[in-house]
Ligand binder design. Structure first.
Ligand SMILES: Cc1cc2nc3c(=O)[nH]c(=O)nc-3n(C[C@H](O)[C@H](O)[C@H](O)COP(=O)(O)O)c2cc1C
Length: 288
């Protein structure tokens, strides 16, 4: 079982919206399937099924996925179906992120597609499957060389181009804005965070999200971090939970590189006062 340097892949990853026609080869798809069966899960009890399609699936997906019904044309699509149950969407996002990073490691580009009508997609592609569609990712090889300018999507009517300054893809929330110290609203001195913890936090802070909205914050304590959801009217309940799963994967996978034993996320609230405002919602905590 090969080792993935998740932090390196997370820094490398950026969404691709312009693919060549070249389909991903059978060897790589086999590696992806193998990785899918053994990659970490948030809720291991929930059974998942990963199906990979070629470009012709786009006709069957139609406007049921993509921003404003605009599905990115790609030589391959990855669909992750899941049993439903508590936190099934967070789990699907978590595993979807693992798969995205495996693709990145293999030099394959990808882009998450928001699912506007999962039932329609399932009925058109696999009507007999008794699982719900959780994740849809377009993937293949990027058509153009990476440009320095990046897309900053605040909303469909507010899209700006930014010059890339750091190693990361789209502009992301700064650690100083993401983190609170023990209680909501209390600032963290980012310079004092030791490297073993800073890398997992940076990985969480550059997570992909619907329209790059990143509707969450993190409360840092001596022994745990808590992921907190903040309201975001633009993002659907489904994409909010997928985004939380992505953020949780990035943190857990990078932390694991610095810890002898794996730490896991827990969904029950910790026994302490986080001082949350009314519109913020506790999501999960993870021992550090
Ligand atoms: C749940 C989810 C849904 C997304 N849906 C779309 C989409 O429909 N179309 C698209 O072009 N990008 C989509 N994205 C990609 C985001 O726009 C992208 O992750 C974000 O802008 C950050 O850019 P980066 O991935 O390059 O860091 C989606 C991302 C997530 C996590």
């Amino acid at each position: 079982m090969e080792y993935i340097e998740y932090f390196e892949e997370i820094k490398k990853h950026q969404s691709c919206r312009d693919f060549t026609d070249q389909p991903v080869g059978a060897d790589e798809l086999k590696q992806l399937q193998e990785y899918f069966h053994r990659c970490r899960r948030l809720i291991p009890e929930l059974k998942l099924e990963m199906l990979v399609y070629n470009a012709t699936a786009a006709d069957k997906i139609g406007r049921a996925a993509g921003y404003n019904g605009f599905l990115i044309g790609a030589p391959n699509y990855l669909l992750l179906f899941s049993e439903t149950g508590d936190h099934w969407l967070e789990n699907a996002g978590f595993v979807g992120e693992a798969l995205t990073l495996k693709l990145t490691q293999m030099g394959i580009d990808s882009c998450w597609m928001t699912i506007n009508d999962g039932k329609a997609i399932r009925d058109n592609l696999v009507p007999d499957l008794e699982k719900e569609l959780g994740v849809l990712i377009a993937f293949g090889y990027k058509a153009k060389e990476e440009k320095l300018a990046r897309l900053d999507i605040k909303s469909p009517s507010n899209v700006k181009m930014h010059k890339r300054t750091g190693p990361y893809a789209a502009p992301k929330i700064e650690l100083s804005d993401l983190l609170y110290n023990k209680k909501w609203g209390k600032p963290v001195d980012v310079d004092l965070i030791y490297r073993d913890l800073k890398e997992p936090l940076l990985a969480l802070g550059v997570s992909q999200s619907f329209f790059n909205r990143q509707p969450y914050r993190v409360i840092l304590d001596d022994d745990i971090i808590s992921l907190i959801a903040i309201p975001d009217e633009m993002t659907s309940e489904q994409d909010i939970k997928l985004g939380q799963g992505i953020a949780m994967f990035n943190f857990e996978a990078v932390l694991a590189a610095h810890r002898p034993t794996d730490t896991k996320w827990h969904f029950e609230a910790p026994d302490r006062d986080l001082g949350l405002p009314e519109d913020a919602e506790f999501v999960a905590w993870c021992a550090i």
